[in-house]
Design a protein around this ligand. Structure first.
Ligand code: 5BU
Length: 278
């Protein structure tokens, strides 16, 4: 059955969560009136920071892939954190952990990037089973971090479907303190439980594969509109990358225009959702 979280406002849903990262994200969305996350997939620090400063006012969250930055150093993390305070957004390193508990704990805490020390949210593939959650949680939970499990993907031919998705949602329910939600293409409400059971777990759904102008790319990516994602599929956050900065990361005026456009489209779809009676 369809639970009522979809009609609750982001502000109301803060009370459904105990994890500090989940609360921070919902508070930020409510305060700034945006469900837009920008994925900053560029290889140079200069472009990375320019895009973040340009889109900052319009986003609830900045998603990073710090391992693609060629001139990465700890100063960049300090600058990212300063922007997070200046513009009031949450940080999500899209690391997609996928190994045994001991290894992911080391990858999360250590190495060049020390992700747990600065990223409010990170994510993991459920493929190793529950031990990946305990491994990451041993590092992240004491720091107040939150984890998203990847239960679906936006790519053509993804294997994350059916019973894989269902089992992953069950894994999340068993680790509610640290797992705050999913990277998925639709609401995971009621997935993996009996049809007549009420699902009392409010998970956040962050959704990549969003574009207003293109249907996909040449490497298997598939795009849907903010309306399809938020209103028709019940997701909470739209994640947009190239739709906002295109091929020219230095054209900040254009980037601002696109960020505002996606923010408005995402918020309009959300308002329609929470006010709908169906
Ligand atoms: P794009 O430029 O809007 O296509 O970028 C999408 C981003 O979201 C990119 O960083 C991907 O790594 C990420 N992504 C995705 O596109 N699809 C998925 O299913 C997952 C992540 Br999981």
């Amino acid at each position: 059955m369809m639970a009522s979280f979809l009609r609750q406002t982001y502000g109301q849903r803060i009370h459904n969560h105990n994890n500090p990262a989940a609360k921070l994200l919902l508070e930020t969305m409510e305060r700034k009136k945006t469900n837009l996350a920008v994925s900053v997939d560029v290889t140079k620090s200069k472009d990375f920071l320019a895009i973040i400063d340009a889109v900052g006012p319009f986003v609830c969250l900045i998603k990073t892939h710090v391992d693609i930055i060629e001139d990465f150093d700890q100063l960049l993390i300090k600058q990212l954190q300063d922007f997070s305070v200046k513009h009031d957004f949450v940080i999500f390193e899209d690391r997609k952990f996928a190994d045994i508990g001991n290894t992911v704990a080391l990858q999360y805490s250590s190495g060049v990037h020390k992700i747990a020390s600065w990223s409010h949210i990170t994510n993991a593939h459920p493929v190793p089973g529950p031990s990946i959650i305990s491994g990451l949680s041993s590092i992240g939970l004491p720091l107040g971090r939150g984890l998203l499990l990847l239960t679906e993907m936006s790519t053509k031919g993804t294997l994350a479907v059916g019973s894989y998705t269902e089992e992953a949602v069950r894994m999340a329910r068993a680790h509610r303190d640290f797992v705050i939600g999913f990277i998925a293409q639709r609401s995971m409400q009621g997935i993996g439980i009996q049809a007549d059971t009420v699902d009392g777990d409010d998970f956040l759904v962050l959704t990549p594969g969003v574009g207003l102008d293109a249907k996909g790319d040449s490497m298997g990516q598939q795009y849907r509109t903010p309306r399809q994602v938020i209103l028709e599929s019940g997701c909470d956050v739209i994640i947009v990358g190239r739709g906002i900065y295109g091929k020219d990361p230095s054209f900040v005026d254009g980037i601002r225009v696109q960020a505002k456009r996606y923010m408005e489209a995402g918020w309009e779809a959300y308002q329609e959702r929470v006010s709908s009676q169906a």
